[in-house]
Design a protein around this ligand. Sequence first.
Ligand SMILES: NC(=O)c1ccc[n+]([C@@H]2O[C@H](COP(=O)([O-])OP(=O)(O)OC[C@H]3O[C@@H](n4cnc5c(N)ncnc54)[C@H](O)[C@@H]3O)[C@@H](O)[C@H]2O)c1
Length: 340
Amino acid sequence: MSTTRDSVQTALTGKPRRWFVTGGAGFIGSHVVDLLVSAGHEVTVYDNLSLSTDRYIAPYVHDKRITFHQKDLLDLAAVTEAMAGHDIVFHLAANTDIPSGFTKHRIDLDNDVVATWNVLESMVKTGVKELLFSSTGAVYGESIQGTFSETSGPLLPVSLYGAGKIGSEAFISAYCNLFGLRAWMYRFGNVIGERTNHGVIYDFIAKLKKNPRELQVLGTGRGEKNYFLVEECIHGILYVHGKVPDGPFPVLVNLGTDSTTQVMDISKIIIEEMGLSDVRYAFTGTPRGWPGDQPVVLLDTHKIHELGWYSRRTSTDAVRTAARRLLGTDQFRLTVDTLS
Ligand SMILES: NC(=O)c1ccc[n+]([C@@H]2O[C@H](COP(=O)([O-])OP(=O)(O)OC[C@H]3O[C@@H](n4cnc5c(N)ncnc54)[C@H](O)[C@@H]3O)[C@@H](O)[C@H]2O)c1
């Protein structure tokens, strides 16, 4: 990482704030917590641990700067009570097990839309004004040709997860208009790094550890997406938050790299990093990897570039780094000094 202090690092080490982080025990959220605490902020983690464990926040158990509520966002009274006294909400909790929507039809409605509505309602009740929201490139669906920019449409998602995120964005926008909230909404590419418990890199490593001779690939292997590291994601969020401080509408940006990596190339990188050879491939051959999968997601990142933010690594470099971290050959901890 660069040793030159940038605007995000400088802003973080300014006046300490009280952050309310939903999903703070999860993959991205636990990195956010490490970063904020390292910069001297107070953090409340609100997470029901449905998709995570307390492993990454447990080390803070005696740290007075962190409060942990193992509670559900579907409990409005509990969210409101826990949120009182904070300055800003970092809303990361959601159903991130996208395939589960195929069998549990309410899961995205509840954990994306209703959970977000409860966050918004709690903000109005407690007077917290600022919201950072993690949306996704999955909102664009497949009817749009070419790359997806923030003005692309119509938004016709192919997963209940994508639908839940559009619903959340819509409620956030209306709450900003009616109740004076300010929101920054980020449509992420694929965020990767250690601590993740899903996604293609995690999945390939787990499969190859079990059977180093054969790799089962969901779909055709021709999927192609934008992959970027978790610290770049968090940096981009905070950069845009600092750069576009206010406005009548929520700030909406795609956040990711401007390059992509194909599934087959990911598999080759992982095989190489694991020191394997002669691995046989077995393809399920279905057009989608799983119900709701969108094999090709090409995000247009011009808008965030115009704001002055670029990811530092290409998608393929990020895949290799994430593979190394998941394999334990590369260690990384996000702090205000390693962020840039
Ligand atoms: N990782 C990615 O590639 C990616 C891409 C696009 C968008 N996002 C979004 O970023 C956010 C964080 O994703 P992540 O990869 O860290 O996932 P994650 O599953 O690791 O984290 C989500 C956390 O939310 C918690 N949670 C879920 N439902 C809850 C509820 N009802 N009440 C309280 N807590 C609840 C889970 O226990 C988990 O700790 C999500 O909103 C996700 O949709 C992630």
